[in-house]
Design a protein around this ligand. Structure first.
Ligand SMILES: Cc1cc2nc3c(=O)[nH]c(=O)nc-3n(C[C@H](O)[C@H](O)[C@H](O)COP(=O)(O)OP(=O)(O)OC[C@H]3O[C@@H](n4cnc5c(N)ncnc54)[C@H](O)[C@@H]3O)c2cc1C
Length: 406
């Protein structure tokens, strides 16, 4: 049997091994599956995105809500991975790929320095191909087997735990003030991560919520806080609990997210091999983007393969076009823009807690009507601020924040 592309999946079905918060982006999907919105199992179209900065008993919120765009595709929508990945793999099959589920790729085969195929866990499970695209997700051992990257450090990987909590659709729409079929996302920073660098999230599905929280593995190791405890604390937070009330936990999931950024990125190509998605560290955590980068990189890997096939040249020189395409796209441009962020987040997790507290205190002060004049209130806020952070440290924080995000 011959097929243009073989798609190995270690799970019995696509999606059963996969975890994500659940927000996907329409533009990158439309680039590979035009008019996907007519058939894809989307949960809700996201029209309301909120950012919460929490203290133990308060929240400062920011957000953006809009009417659904009249022009397809939707910018962002929520998914559950099992139905979504099943549908996505079926699109690849319809385009001619051969899906081989229940099969783990255990190694790449190298001959004369080139990658010439893969070795699977099946009997007589060696397969040869002019090109292997490594897409095995976070902490890819195939990247290491192929000699393209090193094992990741605990500070280059976050661990996220998540529950899918069933709630009637009407209750979700009431609690999140949504029109039917529309969805909300909330990213939650501050006290909920108990001093660690990370964040929580609540995303709305049709009849359930995806609720999760995570932090750098190195910080779980240092603090000895268990991921389970962190999630329970998050769900019990006085601003979070009312949104979940009456919900029934249907699934509990855990997964790693690559956090190392550009500094931990493996080599992206070599003779006969390309690396895409989480295996290549392509995650922009600040903007909750990973699925879109994986899809964009997958498309660029495909375009590179078409050119290489036409030229009959699968050498690293020919495949370097993949890197050029990535460099010209948002994928490497955004990872480069935020390349200093992992160091800041890891080295200064206090910033994610102190500033939400200071902001909350300042707003609370201004909103509390206690007979003091507003100028006096400003003075109080400034005094409290400088008591917690001398002015030179405030300047340093602002400079470091600007440097990591500019
Ligand atoms: C909790 C969580 C929340 C997230 N939230 C979001 C979000 O809201 N929006 C967003 O854009 N991104 C989010 N991400 C990131 C996003 O999930 C990833 O960036 C994206 O899934 C990467 O796609 P991928 O194909 O590279 O890897 P994956 O989606 O991990 O897929 C890898 C696939 O390879 C298979 N596999 C692994 N090893 C082998 C092997 N040896 N042989 C055969 N098959 C193998 C796996 O079973 C899996 O199907 C989140 C991640 C997590 C963990």
């Amino acid at each position: 049997m011959s097929a243009p592309a073989l798609l190995f999946e270690r799970g019995e079905r696509p999606g059963v091994k996969n975890v994500m918060g659940g927000v996907m982006y329409g533009r990158m999907l439309a680039d590979v599956v035009p008019e996907f919105w007519k058939t894809a199992p989307m949960e809700r179209v996201v029209t309301d995105e909120r950012l919460w900065l929490t203290t133990a008993d308060s929240v400062v919120t920011a957000g953006h809500k809009h009417l659904p765009h009249s022009v397809e595709p939707p910018n962002a929508f929520t998914v559950l991975r099992v139905p979504f990945d099943g549908w996505f793999a079926a699109q690849a099959e319809a385009a001619g790929a051969l899906l081989i589920p229940g099969t783990t790729v255990e190694d790449v085969i190298r001959e004369g320095g080139r990658v010439v195929g893969v070795r699977t866990g099946r009997e007589e499970g060696e397969l040869r191909a002019p090109l292997v695209v490594i897409a095995d997700g976070a902490n890819s051992f195939l990247v290491q087997k192929a000699g393209l990257g090193r094992p990741l450090e605990p500070n280059e990987m976050a661990l996220v735990v998540k529950e899918i909590i069933a709630l009637p659709g009407a209750a979700i729409e009431d609690r999140f003030t949504l029109d039917p079929g529309m969805g909300a996302t909330i990213e939650v920073y501050g006290a909920v991560t108990r001093g660690m660098a990370g964040y929580g999230f609540i995303y709305t599905n049709r009849e359930s919520l995806s609720v999760g929280i995570g932090a750098l593995i190195s910080q779980f190791m240092e603090t000895r806080i268990t991921p389970w405890d962190l999630l329970e604390g998050f769900k019990a937070h006085p601003m979070v609990a009312p949104l979940l009330r009456g919900g029934v936990v249907r699934e509990y999931l855990a997964h790693a997210i690559p956090e190392g950024g550009l500094r931990a990125m493996p080599r992206l190509f070599d003779d006969g091999v390309l690396v895409v998605g989480d295996a290549a560290m392509m995650v922009n955590n600040l903007h909750r983007e990973g699925s879109n980068m994986a899809m964009a990189a997958g498309r660029m890997a495909g375009e590179t393969a078409i050119q290489a096939k036409r030229a009959g040249d699968w050498s690293a020189r020919s495949l370097s076009r993949y890197r050029e395409l990535l460099e010209a796209s948002f994928v490497l441009q955004d990872l480069r823009k935020y390349q200093r962020l992992p160091d800041l987040v890891e080295g200064r997790p206090d910033l994610l807690h102190l500033y939400p507290e200071l902001l909350s205190e300042a707003i609370h002060e201004m909103l509390t009507v206690d007979g003091a004049g507003k100028r006096e209130k400003q003075r109080r806020i400034l005094r409290r601020l400088l008591a917690r952070r001398p002015w030179w440290r405030l300047l340093r924080d602002a400079y470091e924040g600007w440097r990591a995000m500019r």
